[in-house]
Write a protein that binds this ligand. Sequence first.
Ligand code: C2O
Ligand code: CU
Length: 547
Amino acid sequence: SKVHFYSWEISYQFKSPDCYKKLAVTINGETPGPTILAQQGDTIVVEVKNNLLTENVAIHWHGIRQIGTPWFDGTEGVTQCPIVPGDNFIYTFVVDRPGTYLYHAHYGMQRSAGLYGLIQVAVPDGFVEPFAYDDDRSIILNDWWHNSTYELATGLSSIPFVWVGEPQSLLINGRGKFNCPAAQPTSSCNATNPECSPFVLTVVPGKTYRLRIASVTSLSALNFEIEGHNLTVVEADGHYVKPFVVKNLNIYSGETYSVIFTANQDPSRNYWLAVNVVSRKPGTPTGTGILNYFPNHPNRPPPTTAPPASPPWNDTEYRFKQSVDARAHPNYVLPPPPTSDRTIILLNTQNMVDGHMKWSLNNVSFNLPHTPYLIAVKENLRHVFDQRPAPETYDYRNYDIYAKPKNPNATTGTPIYRLGFNTTVDVILQNAKMPGNSSSETHPWHLHGHDFWVLAHGHGKFDPERDPKRYNLVDPIMKNTVALHPFGWTALRFRADNPGVWLFHCHIEAHFSMGMGVVFAEGVDRVGKLPTSIMGCGESKNFLGSP
Ligand code: C2O
Ligand code: CU
């Protein structure tokens, strides 16, 4: 196995990814950042230099379990202190499983400012994957606002609450197209700026491609389509799935997929790549790129057809069906343990806390302590966070998920779930109605440090007596991020076998910043000596003195 060394300088730069100029957080001047390419078992070393001048940073390696290195998970407030301006920090970790993963900022709402990229881990030499292709390509999807991250975050925590609103653009590999007035281009909005020329995916007629698709959106659920080409889904979050064919793919923030497609259409023209917002009423134009059949010119002329529209944005059943159609590849994914040791039911509601709009789980809205949980739990700093156990369930017999939340008051807190080491844990995510309107949103939940089996998706209220009988214990997919559909529930199972402290949260950046997350701790007594590089904030200062 190899060691891959990266040196990244994080800085603000003026960028025009959708033709509109704004400040973006970049890695060595670029957004998206470089793709990390490695092979299973390799070691990745990333030296991060924070040149943001006035802003902290931390980088999370999304989908990498950090076995033996829980302190390099990059989750500010949970596994490390932030990297302060001017400081360097070195992440060192092993990519122990092949597949498609992400990295992104995990400090404040910085991900939406442009700090993100892909990690591709190849299979070991001689290993045969359950599908074949001629070439490997990748795209990373994002949504983009013209307001700064500070404006967005400040609005969310203000009284009265100011929602971030729908994004101005959707980006494919960091390129989109805002409708700048063509007649009067300005230096801040110029439709002919080459930085916002569409992303072009060039293919050779007759060849078959593996396309890795990842989403790091801050808000939007997306539907991705390649005009005229079916997609065969073969991988999800680094696990092989039983191949299934779709015309278009629903993808939620934090998810990755590999699809196979063949360039088998009329080669005399080009085709659209299209992303559309689903699940929320779209206020953002279709994001487009070009599927270019070699040797046509990439975008002269552009396709004369209209870019594909998504299925109706509010067709929840369409998306629900994709979730339940996905099955594990029988020869490559182990089935789950047949029973679990513990079930945690998490009711997802939006509530008011002291006049602030928050998301909460069983009426507790997540708050980060000043000392990262990993340090506090390992060093037994008992007054850093709430020692009472976090609530295991909610009053499901009496709670009506179709009614507006009856008790609009919740609390913010810092309790955690302590999981027995090597136990099997079920988590049931329960969706409900929002207070302000008649809807219920889609929440993509992401677990750090583990993959989980997706045992079931259901409609309505989860029944702890009846519904576990419907679990798929034969071929459930394994993932690290899964959708909780509107007015529905999702059941997960995982083994608490990775010593450390791990965040589990909604991957919508605005929702997490409004408190939509919980923390699991397991086997912390087995965690080795914490590196001093993660310390320095809150009470962890006290550990820096000793040699
Ligand atoms: Cu990709 Cu905690 O997130
Ligand atoms: Cu959410």
